[in-house]
Ligand binder design. Structure first.
Ligand code: HEM
Length: 154
C-alpha cells in the first residue's frame, strides 16, 4: 500500500494554493476623507477629484498647495469648477447640472490632457459607486455617467 507520492500523481493539482493576482484594491473616498487632503497640512498628500476620479496632485504644490492659486479645488470633487474654469465657491462641486456643451467638452479635455496625463489616480469618490446611505448602488454603471469613459482608467 502506497499513499505517498507526488501530488500530481494523485490528481491533486487543483488543490494547490493559487495566490490572488497582484492588484491594488480600488480606494473609495467619502467627502470627509477627501477633505483631509486639501493641502492645508504641509507634508501631507494633496488630492483633487475630477469626474469622481481622485488624483494625487502633490507634485503640483505651486498650484494646489496651501496659499497657492488653485488650493480651493483641492480636497474635493471640483468637476464643475474645472468645467467652467471658475473659482466661484458655488462651482466647487461634483455637480454638472446645467453645464453647456462647450463646458462639458472643456471638462473632458482637461480631464484627459491635464489630470490623467499629469497625475496618478489614487481612487474614486464614493458618490460614484454608493448610495447616499452608504449602501452599494447595484445600478451603478460607469457608462451611465455623463461624459465619462472608464476604459483606460483601470
Ligand atoms: C486670468 C485668469 C487665469 C490665468 C492667467 C491662468 C493661467 C494659468 C496658467 C499659465 C497655468 C499653467 C501653469 C503651468 O503649467 O505652469 C494655469 C493652470 C491652471 N489653471 Fe489657470 N489661469 C487663470 C484662471 C483660472 C481659473 C479661474 C481656474 C479655475 C478653475 C484655473 C484653473 C487652473 C488649474 C486647475 C490649473 C492647473 C492645472 C494642472 O494641474 O496642471 N485657472 N493657469
Amino acid at each position: 500500500l502506497t499513499l505517498a507520492g507526488p501530488r500530481e500523481a494523485r490528481g491533486e493539482q487543483e488543490l494547490r494554493f493559487q495566490p490572488p493576482p497582484a492588484q491594488r484594491p480600488v480606494r473609495l473616498f467619502t467627502e470627509d476623507e477627501l477633505a483631509r487632503y486639501d493641502g492645508r497640512k504641509e507634508d501631507e498628500p494633496i488630492y483633487i477629484a475630477v469626474k469622481g476620479v481622485v488624483f494625487d496632485v502633490t507634485s503640483a504644490k505651486e498650484f494646489y498647495g496651501k496659499g497657492a492659486p488653485y488650493n480651493a479645488l483641492a480636497g474635493k470633487d471640483s468637476t464643475r469648477s474645472v468645467a467652467k474654469m471658475s473659482l466661484d465657491p458655488a462651482d466647487l462641486t461634483y455637480d454638472t447640472t446645467g453645464l453647456t456643451e462647450e463646458q462639458l467638452r472643456s471638462l473632458d479635455e482637461t480631464f484627459s490632457n491635464v489630470y490623467k496625463t499629469k497625475y496618478p489616480i489614487v481612487g474614486y469618490t464614493a458618490r460614484r459607486i454608493l448610495n447616499e446611505d452608504g449602501s452599494p448602488n447595484p445600478n451603478f454603471k460607469p457608462e451611465d455617467q455623463p461624459h465619462f469613459t472608464i476604459k483606460d482608467e483601470f
